[in-house]
Design a binder for this molecule. Structure first.
Ligand code: AMP
Length: 352
């Protein structure tokens, strides 16, 4: 388990069972508008004399550990008093996300605040722990960084990279659907991030627009690793994730592997281009049926090359899905998302 390697004894996510944790960090009241965000996010590593978050060589050192050495007594873990809290960025099921700025470095981050009581009541301790363990270790431009975490009596705080343009889901709802160029760029970026995850033996298992954020340069970032697992995982899983994005093997409760992310990539490609997921139906039963028999209707405006790619991703047999490395070489990607191409939203912003 990564957390064990992290040397950070006080920063275990939750104290054992339901006992109250020993951490005595402050529970500062949240201010909502205490500072303005700079136009360009601060890009230097979040670091100061006592704590180093960003560039630790050992990627497991998500938070600089508390020291047992007396000489280093000054070293302490993060607490909410280390941050100026800004406006809320969004609301999740188990807490809120705030814009925040580390006081010494002025590094701008997103602080996700989760309530321990809600996590315990919903019995999702494992999910949160897994999210932290996995996300802390991943380093990729298309994966949201988790710099560290800390907790107080009632809350868990996740220190996250700030994604300026928020959730892809929101952007998609505002625009209805994306043009082929923008969709291809996001599919290319997501493919690269998934290739990286899979080389680290991580299966995300919950790719969907709600779990994707858009960064400063309109680049896509995978967030939310709550349902991810380390492979090999031949576990028959409880149904997790949104039904629309679940693969046939998942809805049938069969063992599954990396290829579930390839399936979700195909579903996302359709939703980005069309504005609705391909297996959308009036009830769950119909959605199940459509997934199981891969019943897809493509609107006329979808190009032949895009259909060809989706047809190769949305394949019932997981072993026959197009490997991710091949996605990057697919003619639709090569034509619409050559290296250096920017989403249309970005180009529009530059021109205005
Ligand atoms: P979550 O609890 O992770 O589902 O987040 C709720 C909402 O907060 C998301 O839909 C985003 O709009 C926003 N949000 C979460 N994390 C970030 C972040 N790192 N940067 C910017 N906005 C975020």
């Amino acid at each position: 388990m990564f957390v064990n390697k992290c040397n950070c004894k006080e920063n275990r996510l939750l104290s054992d069972g339901r006992t109250v944790c020993k951490c005595s960090a402050n529970t500062q009241k949240m201010a909502t508008d205490s500072f303005k965000v700079p136009a360009v996010p601060v890009s230097r590593p979040l670091q100061n004399n006592t704590k180093v978050i960003n560039e630790a060589k050992d990627s497991s050192a998500c938070i600089k550990p508390e020291s047992s050495n007396k000489k280093d007594d000054k070293k302490k873990s993060w607490s909410v008093t280390d941050f100026d809290l800004g406006r809320p960025l969004g609301k999740g099921k188990f807490g809120n996300v705030y814009l925040a700025r580390e006081k010494e470095s002025h590094y701008v981050v997103a602080l996700k605040v989760l309530f321990k009581s809600q996590i315990l009541d919903s019995e999702i301790e494992h999910q949160v722990r897994r999210e932290v363990e996995i996300q802390c270790r991943l380093r990729h431009p298309n994966i949201l960084r988790m710099y560290g975490y800390f907790h107080d009596e009632k809350r868990i705080y996740l220190i996250l990279e700030y994604a300026k343009h928020g959730a892809l889901y929101k952007l998609l709802k505002e625009r209805g659907r994306f043009d082929e160029k923008t969709a291809a760029i996001y599919i290319r970026d997501l493919t690269k991030a998934l290739i990286y995850c899979h080389t680290k033996k991580v299966i995300h298992r919950d790719i969907k627009p709600e779990n994707l954020l858009i960064g400063h340069n309109w680049e896509l970032k995978i967030a939310d690793f709550g349902w991810s697992v380390h492979s090999p995982s031949s576990r028959r899983m409880t149904l997790c994730g949104t039904l629309d994005y679940l693969s046939p093997e998942m809805i049938d409760g069969k063992p599954h592997s990396y290829a579930v992310d390839i399936w979700s990539l195909g579903v996302l490609c359709y939703e980005l281009l069309v504005g609705l997921p391909p297996f959308d139906a009036k009830d769950t039963h119909q959605t199940y049926r459509k997934i199981r028999y891969v019943i897809i209707k493509y609107p006329e405006f979808v190009s032949e090359k895009a259909k060809d790619l989706m047809g190769k991703l949305l394949v019932i047999n997981p072993e026959q899905r197009l490997p991710l490395a091949h996605v990057l070489q697919h003619p639709w990607i090569l034509e619409n998302a050559p290296e250096g191409a920017q989403p249309t939203v970005y180009t529009a912003e530059q021109q205005s």
